[in-house]
Ligand binder design. Structure first.
Ligand code: AMP
Length: 118
């Protein structure tokens, strides 16, 4: 079982920001920038080619909602959406990264960021 399946099953803790029947959204434990967030389908899909279109569209909708929440709470200057497949994909369970960018950034711990976002 991959690590994201374990997080979804609550076998491994996570800084969860949102969850429903379809997705779980939590902070990346090794963030590139403050507020680096992962959107993960609860059903196991390996990657972009494996995931069904309906779930993919739903993830994009959640991504926009989450990007707005991150903007309100962290006031980033830009945000990137990123999704790795094959080479460069560390966890073989589909996930979309939301990566905020800042002109000036004081890097905070994941826990501190979680406290601002929850
Ligand atoms: P990717 O290279 O697209 O597969 O990215 C995998 C991401 O998952 C990396 O940014 C890791 O920091 C992140 N990651 C790995 N383990 C965990 C975990 N237990 N909780 C949250 N994020 C994780």
């Amino acid at each position: 079982m991959d690590i994201f399946c374990k997080i979804i099953n609550n076998e491994i803790p996570s800084y969860t920001l949102y969850e429903d029947k379809i997705v779980k959204v939590f902070l990346d434990v090794n963030p590139n920038h403050n507020g680096h967030t992962l959107i993960v389908p609860k059903k196991h899909y390996q990657d972009f080619f494996d995931i069904d279109e309906e779930t993919l569209n739903y993830i994009l909708k959640i991504a926009r909602d989450m990007a707005k929440r991150l903007k309100e709470r962290l006031n980033y200057d830009g945000i990137s959406l990123c999704q790795n497949n094959g080479l460069g994909q560390e966890v073989k369970h589909f996930h979309l990264h939301l990566i905020p960018k800042y002109h000036n950034e004081e890097k905070l711990s994941v826990e501190e960021i979680y406290n601002k976002l929850k």
